[in-house]
Design a protein around this ligand. Structure first.
Ligand SMILES: Nc1ncnc2c1ncn2[C@@H]1O[C@H](COP(=O)(O)OP(=O)(O)O)[C@@H](O)[C@H]1O
Ligand SMILES: [Mg+2]
Length: 233
């Protein structure tokens, strides 16, 4: 069995009289330790997919398996523990607590976990050893996203999920963040999934999952992914 499996997953939202199938029957798998890029146009269902994999939403039907465990029928309480222990989440707009320092933002997340990594170590690992005592407002966008990545990694999750992590960043900074995610995957062996609408990012992935209109339009496995450093778009 693969590390992650989606089997016939559907998510239907009821909008008054109308049903919207945001995810309309998805099947795919991800192997442990892979860097996966999930790519598709706006509205394709990428965020819905990621939120279900992250335990923030449950499928209408189908099965989602992580590390041998089917989470599609988990109770709200079980999903809380799943989000807390198994998943690290990185968002487009960082979502840091503004009146806590970089170090405190990371510590806040590790406090709710059973086996956290030392917050300062993880911040050093993402290149922010000199910024531990700065508040988010004193950091650049790229630095704030590094804090958000450190916060997710400090939980020592099984899976790191990133929804448009470079969406708010300029070209060079976005490239550096992709490089950090790629290095994290290589150096720590963590499974990392990055959602994007930018098809150029697919070149750095071990596995690419193309999404269109709520379905998987294709899957590619890259034997020789590019280093994020040499990526251009
Ligand atoms: N909570 C919701 N209620 C109703 N419709 C939704 C909801 N979330 C997403 N959708 C719809 O599902 C589709 C896929 O959305 P989303 O997963 O956000 O796509 P993407 O992240 O690829 O842009 C869109 O048509 C969107 O409007
Ligand atoms: Mg989205």
């Amino acid at each position: 069995m693969a590390f992650v499996e989606f089997r016939g997953v559907r998510k239907v939202y009821q909008m008054g009289e109308v049903e919207v199938a945001a995810v309309d029957g998805m099947d795919f798998s991800i192997e442990r330790g892979e860097l996966v890029v999930i790519v598709g146009p706006s509205g394709a269902g990428k965020t819905t997919l990621l939120n279900m994999l992250g335990g923030m939403d449950s499928p209408t039907s189908g099965a989602i398996v992580l590390d041998g465990r089917d989470i599609s029928h988990a109770s709200p309480k079980e999903l809380t523990l799943y989000r807390r222990h198994d998943i690290g989440f990185v968002f487009q707009f960082y979502n840091l607590v503004q009146n806590l320092t970089a170090l405190e933002n990371v510590e806040l997340a590790s406090q709710i976990c059973t086996h956290p990594l030392p917050a300062a170590d993880v911040l050093r690992q993402v290149g922010l050893g000199h910024r531990l005592d700065n508040f988010p407002g004193q950091l650049s966008g790229g630095e704030q996203q590094r804090v958000a990545i450190a916060r997710a990694l400090a939980k020592n999750p099984k899976l790191l999920l990133c929804d448009e992590p470079t969406g708010a960043l300029d070209y060079e900074t976005g490239k550096a963040i992709l490089g950090l995610l790629q290095d994290t995957c290589r150096d720590t062996g963590k499974t990392v999934a990055v959602v994007t609408h930018n098809s150029a990012f697919t070149a750095i992935a071990d596995r690419v999952i193309h999404i269109r209109e709520g379905r998987v339009a294709g899957v590619e496995v890259n034997d020789r992914p590019l280093s994020a450093e040499v990526l251009e778009w």
